[in-house]
Design a protein around this ligand. Structure first.
Ligand code: DSN
Length: 417
């Protein structure tokens, strides 16, 4: 029997079917991705997409919102309960939007802010000169210590003393170590700054108890709901009550128009799932798998930046294999292993080439893999990188990847018959 989509638009139907196939049959190691549940996708693919709901529950600019108000209230209260927060705004469409709204709420253009350098593990919205953040605010950037490749809290404290920022951002997209939020709080207090934690990558680990929570140290915590948290693709802001009104006003009407009620309902489902005991096991397994993958790759002669990992991701320095991040990503794609090239600290290569790969274990842990499979994946990665110019080697690794994924398939119910 054909579906409405297949009848209406066979081209897009075909794209979706091939993407299901790709996710089901190849190994996904992008540290910012996950396999969300069918329950989350079911909530997202509903008539809630039809509703305009500018405003907040109980105070909307259109009629007919009594039903969807319940979804937003559930999402807000579940987010607060999950993270122990005083206030949640669940309307940001993305992590970048969440960060922009926080800046809009707390800062004036030109204000001084501190954030982590993008090329050392930070994020575009943490002050990159090509981003609205770097263009509108006066950022001072910190990085990692050259020797340890880890955050050096004394250096960050010194920079904060010199800069006297209005806001300090803690958080990263390519930092494999636990972040000391207490140290950041004390640095912010010394400098008279507010502290915002961008927990996009580690939100699921925090919810599952596998990474220390930034609350109550942070004044504000932003995160995305689709990475380790495993929800729909979106953002969220948690705030101390004193900032609640300013944050809400900055999100709407300051920065966004109508909220995406279908996505907000899906966020509520994801928060509910992350509150279950099984999610604690999941978060612990993600971290154990990252440690196993790092150790196994190191045993093949690949250097792991900072010497290891405490979270869901690792950065691999490829220089001992004499291959760039760009070529490694292409070779691994060909071999059925999806990764992304990533700058390593003080990378001699350009950002579009890089000397590193960033690998994360959130997706394959969702698919049910454990440390034994991480050892196999490390062997496959090492073999593919060594045989980068040998199609037979890459085909053999791809066959191994397909075989492994046939035992750990994220969406068996969606596989085409
Ligand atoms: N693109 C995300 C990541 O990969 O970490 C950050 O926005």
């Amino acid at each position: 029997m054909t579906t409405p989509l297949e009848n209406t638009d066979p081209e897009i139907f075909g794209v979706i079917r091939r993407e299901v196939e790709r996710q089901n049959t190849t190994i996904q190691l992008i540290a910012s991705e996950n396999f969300t549940s069918q329950a989350v996708m079911e909530a997202q693919g509903t008539v809630l997409t039809n509703k305009y709901s500018e405003g907040y529950p109980g105070k909307r600019y259109y009629g007919g919102n009594l039903v969807v108000d319940e979804a937003e209230n559930l999402a807000r209260s579940r987010a607060c309960a999950l993270f122990g927060a005083e206030h949640a705004n669940v309307q940001p469409h993305s992590g970048a939007n969440a960060n922009a709204a926080v800046f809009f709420a707390l800062l004036e253009p030109g204000d001084k802010v501190m954030g982590m350098r993008l090329d050392q593990g930070g994020h575009l919205t943490h002050g990159s000169p090509v981003n609205f953040s770097g263009k509108n605010y006066n950022f001072a950037s910190y990085g990692v210590n050259e020797q340890t490749e880890q955050l050096d809290y004394d250096q960050i404290r010194d920079l904060a003393k010199q800069t006297q920022p209005r806001l300090i951002i803690a958080g990263a997209t390519a930092y494999p170590r636990a972040i000391d939020f207490e140290a950041f709080r004390s640095i912010a207090d010394d400098a008279g700054a507010l502290l915002m934690v961008d927990a996009a990558h580690i939100a699921g680990l925090i919810a599952g108890g596998a990474h220390k929570s930034p609350l109550p140290m942070a004044d504000i915590m932003t995160f995305t709901t689709h990475k380790t948290l495993r929800g729909p693709r979106a953002g969220c802001i948690l705030a101390k009550q004193e900032f609640a009104a300013a944050i809400d006003k900055a999100v709407f009407p300051g920065f966004q128009g109508g909220p995406l009620m279908h996505v907000i309902a899906a966020k509520a489902v994801a928060f509910h799932e992350a509150a279950q005991p099984s999610f604690r096991t999941y978060a612990a397994n993600v971290v154990a798998n990252a440690a196993a993958l790092a150790a196994a790759l190191a045993s093949h002669g690949l250097r792991i930046v900072s010497g290891g990992t405490d979270n869901h991701l690792l950065l691999v320095d490829l220089r001992s294999f004499q291959i760039t991040g760009k070529v490694a990503q292409e070779v691994l794609d060909r071999a059925g292993i999806t990764t992304n090239k990533n700058a390593i600290p003080n990378d001699p290569e350009k950002p579009f080439v890089t000397s590193g790969l960033r690998l994360g274990t959130a997706s394959m842990t969702t698919a049910g893999m454990g440390p034994d499979e991480m050892v196999q994946i490390a062997e496959m990665i090492a073999a593919a990188l060594r045989g980068a110019n040998d199609i037979a080697v890459l085909d053999a690794v791809r066959a191994q990847a397909n075989d492994l994924c046939s035992k750990f398939t994220p969406y068996p119910a969606l596989a085409s018959k």
